[in-house]
Structures are given as C-alpha cells and as structure tokens.
Design a protein around this ligand. Structure first.
Ligand SMILES: [Fe+2]
Ligand SMILES: [Fe+2]
Length: 272
C-alpha cells in the first residue's frame, strides 16, 4: 500500500484564555479526559523519537529513512505544542509537572532495568498503535469534536492527521530489527500489555486529578463520568476495541487499516 507523505505542519495553536475553560462542549469530564491524555504527550513523544532514532543506522531504504525524518519532525512539533497546551490548561487547575512525573518515573524505570532498545521500540510501536487508533477514531467521527472550542478541535485534528500519517514508521523499523520468530512476537505482545496499562491507567489518573483540581471531583464525575465517556458516549474505548485487538495478530501491520481517505479529508484545512 502506498502510504501518504509524512509532512510536518509547523503550527502554533492559540489555546490560552479563560474562555477556553471546559473547552470540550462545556463538559468538564470530556475536557479532563482529553487534557489528561495531552499530559502524556511531551514526555511520551520524546521517548518515541529516541527509540526509533536509535536504530536509524540499521535502515538502508531511503524511503523509510525519509519517513523517520518526517516522524521525528512531526513528533517533535507535537511535543512542543502539547507542552504549550498543557501550560494553557494548567490555568484551570491541576499540577501538570506532578502528573508528568508519574510518566517520567516509568521511563526512568526502563533505564534502571536496563531495558533493551528493542523492547523500548516495541513499547513505542504499541503506543503508536494507541495514538493511531484514537486518531482514526477522531477523524472517522466528525461529530466527536462537535461543540469543542475551535482551536482545541483544530489541534486535536492536526495531531490526529499526523499520527495517522506516520503510524507505521516505528513498526517498519521494528520489523527490521525485532528478535526473530516467537521471541519477537512475545516481546511485541508484552510491550502492548505494558503500554495499555500505562496509557489507560495514567490518562484516567490524570483526568481524575484534573477534575478534582478544577472543582469537579466526586464519584459522579471521576468514576461514572469517565466510564460513561469511555464506554457509552462517545464510547471511545468500546468503539476502538476491535482495532486494538488487531495488534495481537501475528502478521499485524498498521496499514492493514487504510486511513488515507481520512487524512485526505482533513489535511487541506492545515495547508498554508
Ligand atoms: Fe504525536
Ligand atoms: Fe506518533
């Protein structure tokens, strides 16, 4: 399959301002869910870049080398913009540095445990599957961001397009360097279990912490509200489950789900 070009779009989003409190349709739970995920990006995406670039010398295909460059640029800009995003929403309550420290602790633990570069790349592939899955959900359901403050809708769609564009880069590098046979498959699956617990666990934790700090704590929001958003409406976790499970197929590849039509549909909005 011919992948779309991986094209970094260097945009600065205007996200600050009191009028953007509860930017997601006035819904504090939905806002905190997305903000809680945003907290993970600056550290996460820096880790993804490092784990892919580590293997650049093993790549000879000029097309994949160009894709690695595109991936690196896109993730670098995402990381920068989500830092700005996180700073903007911190004004509504919550201590972003404290939440980020929990993810940094996971990264530090990998170093302490002397995790292999292959395992770190497998983790990156797993997280990239999460971001691609959520990105494709955002793009395939235009109503998902309906009612969102326009600049926040714009940053999330921008991020979604680029995650879909570069979704196979880490995986194609993995295919070149992975341990042979069953060992490689088991490492990939183990990394997905770890990534799932970190992504789901920490984004939920962050959402709860942000809700509490913003004055919306309590069971109704932090437990029922989050479960309702994840499982019922819009039901992101429920709807993406089949896509998630596809990762466990031995012959999985990110482009077995063709998302080029979704990228094409939105990308013109970001052309200079
Ligand atoms: Fe990204
Ligand atoms: Fe990514």
């Amino acid at each position: 399959m011919n992948h779309p070009e991986i094209k970094p779009r260097n945009i600065k989003f205007a996200l600050a301002g009191e009028d953007k409190r509860n930017w997601f349709g006035g819904n504090p739970v939905a806002t905190a869910m997305l903000d809680g995920a945003s907290v993970l990006f600056p550290i996460g995406e820096t880790f993804f870049i490092e784990s892919v670039v580590h293997f650049r010398d093993r790549v000879t295909d000029p097309k994949l080398l160009a894709e690695i460059r595109g991936f690196q640029q896109q993730e670098g800009i995402h990381s920068r913009e989500h830092r700005r995003y996180n700073k903007a929403v911190e004004a509504f309550g919550g201590n972003i540095a404290e939440l980020e420290a929990r993810l940094q602790a996971e990264v530090d633990k990998l170093e302490r445990d002397n995790a292999s570069p292959e395992y770190k790349l497998a983790l990156t592939c797993a997280f990239e599957h999460f971001t691609a899955m959520l990105a494709e959900h955002v793009l395939a359901h235009p109503d998902f961001l309906e009612g969102a403050e326009p600049e926040f809708a714009r940053i999330w769609r921008w991020h979604a397009i680029e995650e879909a564009e570069h979704k196979s880069v880490a995986y194609d590098v993995w295919n070149l360097v992975k341990p042979k046979g069953l060992k490689g498959y088991l490492m990939r699956v183990r990394a997905m279990f770890k990534a799932t617990s970190v992504f789901v666990g920490q984004s939920r934790y962050n959402a709860k912490a942000l809700l509490a700090a913003r004055g919306y704590g309590g069971f109704r929001n932090t437990v029922l509200g989050i479960a309702y958003f994840s499982l019922i409406r819009p039901g992101v976790l429920r709807k993406t489950l089949p896509h998630y499970l596809a990762y466990f197929k031995p012959g999985f590849h990110p482009w077995q789900t063709d998302s080029s039509h979704l990228i094409d549909k939105y990308k013109s909005a970001y052309e200079a």
